[in-house]
Write a protein that binds this ligand. Structure first.
Ligand code: HEC
Ligand code: HEC
Ligand code: HEC
Ligand code: HEC
Length: 482
């Protein structure tokens, strides 16, 4: 029932459904629903002064003269291999778009809500919903947007738009009238002027947060369940599960992404692992190391997970020489992953090659000299005990390259190496650095305790995360890119 809910349609149904959904998701426990018309006026005046200037293609220009959606789309265009976009941040409220064809077709091609509507942090975080999204589209702004990726010449070739191009009357029909019927809201609770972003009308219903933490709790940010990746499971499971039991367990715990590590004994079940995960609706998110058998299966099953590889530690020498030597050792894998359309994640695992500065340098080298645009960094807390003291600085160095950040409880001196989140002295501060950096990528959660049932180990980490996340996200979290 909740899935069919048109959250943003009809006040009574929507707000109740909205609340129900949030409660179900256990993200926002207490919401005060307040009807407060006078608040509305004050709020808007106050926020309009520093309001994000909602702009639309062809109308308002961003700070550097470009429409604000241009950099976003330019970034999308600069990438070759597109992973499905994550729209989870928006589904929290716009639940109905999870089933809407136009959004889903684009999502699959890596064009998310954010690509067209901007990151919209302020909009998403505004409990009162009076802040507009970053980018809206007045009618005349729609065709120019589509044309960025679907040039008219292509449409003409496609032959489905003859009427559009030969009949001037038909030309006035906006693209979305045929392609985005369901993308439109049936009932509105608010409307903004699409050019200026000013709130033009609303139904007066406001939701006010009861405690400062609740705002982000609702969104779940990077710690939201569907942004989590289960990692260090296969060889570290006291129950020695096979692919099916493993996928069942992941599903029970609510994971939708899984990073696969393995030992020789697992090679014969590579194929079954992929098939089973797919059947369970769990993404084969990453693969540990390299194995030609598995790489062939990626092609067979048309998947392109991240490939995680330790950076080699070359013989001592001048730093630049070491960076180049380490990078060159990786070249065959850089090439293979490029062919496969996979991202290559350089993985910290101790030694020279596990130091953030060196990883960032190797990554930069590969991006510059080997066309390694698909190369990035996977940072593991559990191999980062030496980084605790200068984590903010080191994280900033890695930030531009990060593909995944795997969490762990952190005591000084790696004592013990593996600890559930929330039970160490330092992970909370480190996680705060991650949040404040604006990192938006996936977050890994470990099993990794051979003596403990993997399900129990993962559960302890999830519970720890549940405890820390609200407080971390409740602090003034800066927007993307800061
Ligand atoms: C490919 C670009 C694109 C993507 C991707 C996209 N949108 Fe839109 N969206 C548009 C355009 C264009 C309009 C204007 C539609 C119109 O006026 O007919 C729009 C309109 C909307 C509206 C207002 C509808 C109305 O009735 O005025 C909402 C809400 C919305 N989008 C939400 C989303 C959400 C949530 C996502 C992700 C799940 C998303 N959009 C993904 C292009 C996009
Ligand atoms: C950032 C690039 C981008 C923008 C902007 C964009 N699209 Fe797309 N669109 C894609 C990609 C990529 C696909 C999937 C591959 C394909 O079919 O071309 C797609 C798919 C589609 C499809 C489905 C085609 C099919 O085969 O089923 C339609 C229809 C479509 N887009 C219409 C639009 C319209 C209308 C707009 C403007 C409101 C728009 N797109 C804006 C990139 C974009
Ligand atoms: C009168 C209805 C109508 C209008 C208006 C319209 N389209 Fe289409 N479009 C279609 C039909 C029908 C198809 C073929 C079936 C499908 O893929 O949905 C199509 C297909 C497409 C495709 C898939 C590739 C192709 O060429 O077949 C894209 C992309 C697309 N349209 C984009 C656009 C854009 C961008 C606009 C605005 C400039 C637009 N459409 C306006 C009806 C329309
Ligand atoms: C806290 C809830 C919430 C979140 C999270 C949220 N929205 Fe919205 N959004 C709303 C509400 C409420 C409206 C007004 C819809 C209505 O009229 O009922 C809206 C309207 C919109 C519109 C329509 C603007 C127009 O043209 O009138 C767009 C586009 C949109 N949101 C995009 C997004 C995107 C993109 C995200 C994710 C980055 C997002 N929203 C996340 C609550 C939210």
């Amino acid at each position: 029932m909740l899935n069919n809910l048109q959250m943003l349609s009809g006040r009574a149904a929507s707000i109740n459904g909205f609340l129900a959904e949030l409660l179900v998701m256990n993200t926002m426990k207490r919401i005060l629903l307040v009807v407060c018309v006078s608040f509305f006026a004050g709020q808007w005046v106050a926020s309009s002064e520093e309001a994000p200037t909602a702009a639309s293609p062809g109308t308002a220009a961003g700070p550097n003269g470009a429409a604000p959606w241009e950099p976003v789309i330019a970034e999308w265009k600069s990438k070759k291999d597109h992973k499905p976009a994550s729209n989870s941040y928006c589904y929290v409220c716009h639940l109905n778009y999870q089933k809407e064809t136009f959004a889903q077709k684009h999502k699959a091609a890596g064009v998310g809500c954010e690509t067209c509507h901007g990151v919209s942090d302020k909009h998403s975080e505004d409990e009162d919903n009076v802040t507009p999204p970053d980018v809206m589209y007045p009618k005349e702004g729609i065709a120019p947007l589509c044309a960025v990726c679907h040039p008219n010449d292509d449409l003409k070739k496609g032959g489905k738009h003859d009427a559009l191009f030969t009949n001037p009357a038909a030309e006035t029909k906006a693209c979305m009238e045929c392609h985005g019927e369901d993308h439109r809201l049936k009932v509105r609770t608010r409307k903004w002027d699409k050019q200026t972003g000013k709130l033009a009308w609303d139904d007066g219903v406001r939701m006010m947060k009861e405690n400062p933490g609740s705002k982000s709790e609702k969104v779940g940010g990077i710690f939201a369940k569907d942004n989590l990746v289960a990692w260090c499971i296969v060889p570290f499971d006291a129950k020695k599960r096979g692919p099916v039991e493993r996928a069942d367990m992941l599903k029970r715990l609510g994971f939708s992404k899984f990073a696969y590590d393995w030992r020789d004994e697992h090679v014969p079940s590579f194929d079954q692992e992929i098939v089973t995960l797919k059947e369970h609706g769990i993404e084969f998110f990453a693969f540990w190391g390299q194995h030609e058998e598995m790489f062939k299966l990626f092609e067979k099953h048309k998947i392109s997970p991240q490939v995680w590889m330790v950076v080699p530690s070359p013989p001592d020498g001048p730093r630049e020489q070491m960076v180049e030597a380490a990078a060159k050792q990786l070249l065959p894998l850089v090439e293979r992953t490029r062919q496969l359309g996979c991202k290559l994640g350089l993985y910290n695992h101790g030694g020279w090659g596990g130091e953030p500065r060196n990883m960032a340098a190797v990554c930069e080298w590969l991006q510059k000299n080997a066309g390694g645009k698909h190369v990035g960094i996977v940072y593991n807390f559990h191999h980062g005990h030496a980084d605790i003291g200068q984590f903010r600085e080191l994280f900033a160095l890695m930030k531009p390259y990060l593909l995944c950040v795997n969490l762990n409880g952190m005591n000084a001196d790696a004592n013990p190496l593996i600890l559930p989140i929330g039970q160490g002295q330092h992970e909370k501060d480190m996680m705060r650095v991650v949040v404040e950096s604006g990192y938006k990528g996936p977050i890994g959660i470990l099993g990794h305790r051979a003596e403990v049932d993997a399900e129990e180990a993962l559960r302890q980490n999830l519970e720890g995360l549940d405890k820390l996340a609200p407080e971390l996200l409740g602090k003034p979290v800066t927007g993307a890119g800061k």
